[in-house]
Design a protein around this ligand. Sequence first.
Ligand code: HT7
Ligand code: ZN
Length: 871
Amino acid sequence: PRTIYLKDYRAPDYWIDETHLTFDLQPDATLVESRLKVRRNLDQGNDLPKLVLDGVELELVSVAIDGQSLSADEYVLYDESLELPVSRPAFELQILTRIKPESNTSLEGLYLSNGMYCTQCEAEGFRKITFYPDRPDVMSRFTTKVIAPRSYPVLLSNGNDIERGELDNDRHFVTWQDPFPKPSYLFALVAGDLEHVDETFTTKNGREVKLQLFTEPRNIHKCDHAMRSLKHSMRWDEEVYGREYDLDIFMIVAVDHFNMGAMENKGLNIFNSSCVLASPETATDAAFQRIEAIVGHEYFHNWSGNRVTCRDWFQLSLKEGFTVFRDAEFSADMNSAAVKRIEDVVLLRASQFAEDAGPMAHPIRPESYMEISNFYTLTVYEKGAEVVRMIHNIVGKEAFRKGSDLYFDRHDGQAATCEDFVAAMEEASGKDLEQFRNWYNQAGTPLLEVSDSFDEQKSEYHLHVKQSCPPTPGQKEKQPFHIPFAIGLLDSAGKDIPLNAQGDTQLVLDVTQTEQTFSFDGVGERPLPSLLRGFSAPVKLRYDYSAEQLAFLMSHDSDGFNRWDAGQRLALLVLEDLQAAYRAGEQLVLDTRLADAYRAVLEADDLDLAVRAKMLELPAEQIIAESSDAIDAEAIIAARSFLKQALAEALEPQLSNWYTRLDVEKPYSPSSADIAERSLKNTCLAYLVLLQKPEYRTLANKQFAQSGNMTDCAAALAALVNSGDEVLSRSALDAFYEKWQEDPLVFDQWLAIQAGSARFGTLQRVRDLLEHPAFELTSPNKVRSVVGAFAMRNFTQFHAGEGEGFDFLADFVIRLDKVNPQIAARLVTPITRWRKYQSPMQEFMHASLARVMAAGNLSKDLYEVVSKGLA
Ligand code: HT7
Ligand code: ZN
């Protein structure tokens, strides 16, 4: 496959002012007629080069220019493009193509999901619908006529519905017109037998917007939460960013077969049903919160993505990083801000850091790609959001809002670049962001090594900061980053020390050099530093904290995030010692300092319940792995599972106490307070079932049988499955299946709990689940629930044995690649990280990865990831 480079970007030769589409829908032969008003881009010259249109897996029926049909010798049809002669600077092009939605299992372009037609065009799916300049800088006004049999009563596309009527052969049509010019990736079409719930939203300027949520009839009762979230998002974007919605209608459609979470098509968002449908009985708190976040995310794209879109796909983080930042702030405002920040940092540390240290590492604005779908990554999204957050930290809240207003005003209706965003922030704030731009160019997670000194005589405290960044593919040497480094200093009573004449107790230091010293005077005693508060930059921090100092920060830091983080660091220290003991064949013993610190968390009276629950969670195996240079999976698993068990034993009275206190029956609400209670209760339960005591298993069993909501029910089921009690867990799993087998989203949870079990025999269970009659290889949700849960989230079982898990993954990915290349390429990543592992795990992983390559005939998606993994 060909590599595309950012440096080769050229503006398009032709613009498409208007796009008129007519779809005549049939499963095996949909006719797509496209009428385009084409105009030469005179900025590129006055000559008339050939018009090259993208097109993949299309049957070309006919082409005409200004009403004149072209014969086959007048155009050139390549594998993935169509080249047409041009003789006038402006003309009308008419193309007729035929496509087969029913055999489209890649879920890009137009496809069928449970009998419903739907589209996914980002990034390059439109070219599977018709020949078109399928690039985001070509923006056009779309009019779309959808024709279908009456058995598909709902026919949707972008914009406003301008005409509808009956046709022969029991067919009907609806025509949609979108007044906003847009790139082809924002096009959408849906046709099906759907029901909808309707609401209205009055914008800040008094315009009435119709809100509609469409689902299959069986799911209509699961729409309330998403609708509420949509209204909250619309209000929040007005209040926080001054952004008003711009069409008279906003629609969301839930589909079962979808490669990602959702898609922000103009006025017609399409959602993976798992990210929109929820009821207390069927969805967990995590699902409720995910729905709120994703509904917000897609809605916020209406400005950050649609009104201002991306010039090219290298700029993807322009819309995704900014929109993830916006959705994170939205979730923080709607729920516990501290917990949201903790969850985002966990995701970054567990998964994005690994990406940044792996063979696919790339800057948030990549410089090249083979297949753009492979770059919808945690780096572009999550690290991209951290980069936007750092700008926020550097320029401050007010200047950030001014910068965002300037960016939207200046680039409304345009396809912009990351540079445009930074320039707007720079101009509005007056801050120099020149060096900050390195975050857009350089991959890898920077390391901050911090040491300190105290001059008692002068009452001066010094922080010495050294930054470095490991080499990444294609980037050996790195320029220093501009890192906003938020810090505070604690006195021996645990109080914040004023750091300047204004009495500020927290400062954001501008770390810009490779080595730098920051001095603070008037410091009366040697302080304890609280570093990188709120995780002010996406870096790794090294400071030689003692276990006692970390325990002190856990109970005294005024920064809630750092209180949690001190707990994580303390656990990591203890886990390092346990790994060393395991390797030396010594007996593992619990470090009582950690047990005492966790006990203090359980007993503290000033801790919010949700943060308390987070503080009791040991760092995930992936995070432990990330903190070691050569991953020893066996030692990590042994150390962590010992520690969990030992903590359960040491803290049994407190855990059991909290469980009893919180085990009260009340009607379900997804409020932060109730979510916090369930979270702490279920964290306690997960520890308690590890004790070999029947009373706690009975407790879990009782919760499983009696809970009226899925959060408690699934937590109890997972606890039973992880307890190792085969009999209880089998009977609970059977009961769960009996009850929920007809609900695909709950069935997915049943699959994921089993594939994610840390108990022996999981690989065989996973193999069995793939044979379950309800498992479908064509459903990304099913694939993620089984193979994703096993290979991406079950560190213990995936790394067990002698590489059987890796071999299983390799075989599965080879098979899946023929069905859905995007998902296959995502799933293969765990074994591409083989270099980071110790022997013999490293060899096992490498061999499995090599086997994927040897299978041959790989999709572009999978080839890129595997070849870079082997390089
Ligand atoms: N902007 C959307 C990206 C997306 C996507 C990308 C590749 C393949 C399938 C996809 N479905 C959605 C989602 C978002 O970030 O909001
Ligand atoms: Zn997005």
